[in-house]
Design a binder for this molecule. Structure first.
Ligand code: FAD
Ligand code: NAD
Length: 406
């Protein structure tokens, strides 16, 4: 009997961890495993806000795929997926086609822009190394340009971040550390620069522990971040952002809007014809979309309901990694002729969000609250633990966050 073809799409948390686990659990003669990714590297999406602010170089965030997969067991193809045809068991790439017996989709997220005029054209998003590098360069260019113009333009120094969810908050935390360095570098007075976080909900980090939200806002405000809370972004143009608060429209002149106000699953998955709910595909307990038992979806493209809360689990790296480990174990069973798959249940360990290099907030182990240095150290432990799982101690030494006292 011929070996089954397992094709994994995307080498984010979900895709690469599926590949790394399969290379350990399956022998070379059991299946042909192919991993497809746009770039030659895997990146830690959870560090992209640091690359975008310029507080961490992007080479620390990315890891060459060939450094963590065993190419004698996994066939790596660097290419872009353009279409999935589940009824034909086929994937179309920019430079060819692939047929599969089992497919794992881990194509990640894209920005949800909710049809807000001008966002797609004029706002930046923190979704890849390329996007993060562009934001860093754009901010730096505007600082450099400021003193080269006789007519000084305030919009060059107003940085507006849309959304005070975890991404928005983590990003303004990095900006608060980076801006004083940029001011020194480009001879710009710090008081001329504004970092403005605009949030539609009545609070920053809606749904999170109120005491920790207050801690976060105080820490950020003390470093010069301004909050506009209960302020709904309505429009973005080349040099301004418009929001509505208390039924009044207000404008902020700015050349730099970073949209961190929502994500959805990669539209390639929706376009494949799977059921879709706000851009994510509902999956069964075995992480399969309805009607397609040969397809598994891991990470941000999958929509899985938490029966206890009757709400979907949030799209997080933590869950993507666990789904990948689970899917690799289930695929190993299938390859060996065992069709009794285990249901997936996330083992949630908590949430920790950074507020810059040495400050953070978090709730871990059910209800233990952390803030300040201990939360920041915990965040580094979580990041290093992931690197350990992916590539062992060598990778932790090379890419890990070992500066606990910085
Ligand atoms: P991704 O990590 O997005 O990976 C998708 C992969 O698919 C990428 O490698 C991409 O290059 C590739 N790809 C995309 N399209 C194609 C294509 N057409 N062809 C080929 N390849 C393609 N979650 C946490 O749990 N903890 C955190 O601290 C945390 N921090 C975050 C900080 C930031 C700034 C952001 C933006 C998110 C954060 N998240 C965090 C959320 C987390 O990053 C996501 O939930 C996670 O990345 C989802 O993993 P994934 O594998 O589904 O997709
Ligand atoms: P999110 O959906 O969690 O937050 C988006 C925020 O933008 C919300 O607070 C929302 O009210 C606001 N918003 C939406 N439309 C708006 C508008 N028009 N004007 C102003 N504000 C608006 O998105 P996110 O922060 O990108 O997070 C995405 C996922 O990644 C979540 O599951 C999150 O938990 C996860 N994440 C986790 C961490 C961490 O654990 N440290 C860090 C970043 C992201």
């Amino acid at each position: 009997m011929k070996n089954p073809n397992i094709v994994i799409l995307g080498a984010g948390y979900g895709g690469i961890m599926t590949a790394v686990k399969l290379q350990k659990s399956l022998g070379v003669n059991e299946a042909n495993v192919t991993l497809v990714n746009k770039h030659s590297y895997h990146y830690q999406t959870t560090w992209l806000h640091e690359n975008a602010a310029g507080t961490l170089h992007h080479d620390r965030t990315r890891i060459q795929i060939k450094d963590v997969i065993n190419t004698s067991k996994i066939n790596f193809i660097q290419d872009s997926v353009t279409e999935i045809k589940p009824d034909e068991k086929k994937v179309i790439l920019e430079n060819g086609d692939l047929s599969y017996d089992y497919l794992v989709i881990g194509l990640g997220f894209e920005a949800a822009t909710f049809g807000i005029p001008g966002l797609k054209e004029h706002a930046f998003t923190i979704g890849s190394i390329n996007q993060a590098r562009l934001i860093r360069q754009h901010i730096e260019y505007n600082f450099a340009k400021y003193n080269n113009e006789a007519d000084k333009k305030q919009e060059r120094l107003n940085i507006v971040v849309g959304g005070a969810g975890f991404t928005g908050i983590e990003f303004v935390g990095e900006l608060a550390n980076r801006v004083p360095e940029l001011c020194k570098e480009y001879d710009v007075p710090r008081e001329n620069v504004r970092i403005i976080n605009v949030e539609a909900a009545p609070t920053a980090l809606p749904g999170f522990d109120p005491e920790l939200v207050e801690y976060a806002m105080n820490s950020l405000e003390a470093r010069g971040v301004e909050f506009k809370i209960g302020a709904m972004i309505k429009e973005v143009t080349e040099n301004k952002l418009v929001f509505e608060k208390d039924e009044q429209r207000e404008e902020i002149p700015t050349n730099t809007v970073v949209w961190a106000a929502g994500v959805r699953g990669n539209s390639i998955v929706e376009n494949a014809g799977f059921e879709s709910n706000r851009g994510r595909t509902p999956v069964s307990d075995e992480l399969r979309p309805k009607g397609y038992d040969d397809v598994f979806i891991v990470g941000d493209c999958a929509l899985l309901f938490n029966e206890e809360t009757e709400r979907p689990y949030p799209p997080t790296a933590q869950i993507a990694i666990q789904q990948a480990e689970h899917t690799a174990a289930n695929l190993t069973k299938l390859v060996r002729g065992d069709n009794h798959l285990e249901p997936f249940k996330p083992d949630l360990k908590g949430t920790v969000a950074s507020l810059g290099h040495d400050d953070a907030i978090g709730v871990v182990f059910d209800d233990k609250k952390l803030f300040g240095w201990s939360a920041s150290a915990m965040k580094k432990v979580i990041d290093n633990r992931y690197l350990m799982k992916l590539g062992g101690p060598g990778l932790v030494m090379k890419k890990g966050k070992l500066n606990f006292f910085h």
